[in-house]
Design a protein around this ligand. Structure first.
Ligand code: SF4
Ligand code: SF4
Length: 125
């Protein structure tokens, strides 16, 4: 039995595609005001590998169970495979997106002032 892992977190953009592709919803993309997390419930995973197939960034891989992945979130054995802090709006402090998502955007299109502001505050950027 294999389970997904994210051995190199720097490659993960927190896009959430792997969670979208997981048939039994064993993999979840969870957002709170401080952090975005990729959380696996190992008991629900059948090792199908669809999450790995859909990860175009090659951040995810299958490893023999038990998964070496991250810290427990105390949710029926669920573990955090990867996480990224949420970046607050420079003006109002509202959450914009995860640091990993914003870093990906910057890599694609370069730095832009508006990236530091939420949608409501971009007009002042
Ligand atoms: S592991 Fe891959 S598909 Fe999943 S959130 Fe990270 S980059 Fe996206
Ligand atoms: S291996 Fe399959 S069941 Fe397990 S997390 Fe990935 S997509 Fe979901």
């Amino acid at each position: 039995m294999n389970l997904p892992a994210v051995p190199n977190a720097d490659l993960c953009t927190m896009c959430g595609f792997c969670a979208q592709a997981c048939p039994p919803h064993a993999l979840r993309w969870v957002e709170n005001p401080r952090e975005t997390r990729l959380v696996l419930a190992p008991a629900d995973c059948d090792g199908c590998g669809k999450c790995v197939q859909v990860c175009e960034f090659k951040a995810m891989t299958l490893v023999p169970a038990p998964s070496p992945a991250g810290s427990s979130v105390g949710d029926e054995g669920a573990v955090i495979l990867c996480s990224s802090p949420v970046v607050p709006c420079r003006n109002c402090g509202a959450p914009i997106a995860s640091k990993a998502e914003l870093a990906y955007i910057v890599r694609q299109i370069g730095e832009a002032k508006w990236q530091n502001y939420c949608l409501d505050c971009r007009g002042i950027a």
